[in-house]
Design a protein around this ligand. Structure first.
Ligand code: NAD
Length: 297
């Protein structure tokens, strides 16, 4: 029987544990606070930000919601970041990506105080992760690590194939899996758009992490028996639904499930974990501010 990994259930457990930590911080007079900054009128970005706000409210994190007109000068965004950096009541700052073209995205990532960079994208935090001294692990790969643990999958000694080399998923995922720590110690291969013969790579994998953003590109014929499949992809494809589309992953679920010992669905797999780990990083930041050792799940 294939284990369909329930990301919603694992994320709920993490949120419950976080709520207890938040109570401890509150008792000490520290309210964990996340500021989200949206400089876009893209409906998907608006939805992501409002979901993050709702998540915060649910667990007791204060959420500050800042919106900047997409055609405002870049300085307005940088001044906002500077103000949030200086505000001692703010623990985490999240600038929703992508920012408009006239704003230098890399400069935005560098502008955020690394201690408040709960996405983990500031070069200092990327460096710390690679050096094996992570401050905030990026939310999606960290969530995947937690999902694997919850499914009793230990990557140690396994062949893991990461499909995708983005800064937010593929690269940090590969890094976490190869680290000499619990949840790591895998032999990692990173594949991308220039990889020749992807099926040959995925077929030799014990764990496949699919993060390419190509609808259902990995099917059962590309997998070996007993493989663990983590599907990161969230792709909108046209469908005869009320919204006119449906969400599918990078994995063709039915044929992959035939081969897999464990697999994540889309939706309900990695997505809820990404959201939970943002809360986790925010609580961790608040713990650092309060100088309280909070016990995180
Ligand atoms: P990206 O576009 O930045 O990177 C995609 C990567 O996939 C690139 O490195 C590219 O080289 C590789 N790639 C593209 N086509 C390929 C192919 N045919 N074969 C092999 N490699 C190929 O995307 P991203 O930001 O890393 O996101 C990847 C997917 O994950 C998207 O669908 C995105 O929506 C989704 N995502 C989901 C979550 C979540 O919480 N579930 C979080 C972040 C991203």
């Amino acid at each position: 029987m294939t284990h369909v990994i329930d990301g919603n259930a694992v994320a709920q457990r993490i949120r419950d544990d976080l709520s207890e930590n938040i109570d401890t911080l509150e008792a000490d007079g520290t309210t964990p606070t996340l500021a989200t900054v949206l400089m876009s009128d893209d409906p998907a970005s608006e939805t992501y930000v409002s979901m993050k706000q709702d998540d915060c409210e649910e667990v007791g994190i204060e959420a500050i919601d800042i919106e900047i007109e997409p055609d405002a000068p870049a300085e307005e965004l940088f001044e906002t970041i500077e103000r949030l950096n200086d505000d001692e009541s703010v623990d985490g700052i999240l600038v929703q990506m992508p920012v408009p073209e006239h704003v230098d995205q890399r400069a935005v990532l560098r502008a955020i105080d690394p201690a408040k960079d709960v996405d983990g994208f500031h070069p200092e935090n990327v460096g710390r992760l690679v050096a094996g001294e992570p401050r905030y692990k990026p939310c999606t790969p960290h969530g995947i690590q937690k999902l694997l643990a919850a499914a009793d999958v230990d990557p140690e000694g396994k062949d893991a194939v990461v499909v995708g080399r983005s800064d937010i998923v593929g690269k940090p995922m590969a890094n976490l899996l190869m680290q000499k720590t619990e949840g790591g110690n895998a032999t990692v291969t990173v594949c991308h758009s220039r990889t020749e013969d992807l099926p040959a790579k995925t077929r030799q994998a014990d764990i496949v992490i699919a993060a390419a953003g190509v609808p259902e590109m990995i099917d059962g014929s590309m997998l070996s028996d007993g493989v663990v499949v983590i599907d990161v992809g969230i792709n909108r494809v046209e469908a005869d639904t009320e919204k006119g589309y449906e969400l599918v992953g990078d994995v063709e679920f039915e044929s992959a499930k035939e081969k897999a010992s464990a697999i994540t669905p889309v939706p309900g797999g990695v997505g809820p974990m990404t959201r939970a780990m943002l809360l986790y990083n925010t609580v961790k930041a608040a713990g650092n501010r309060a100088d309280i050792e909070v016990e995180l799940p």
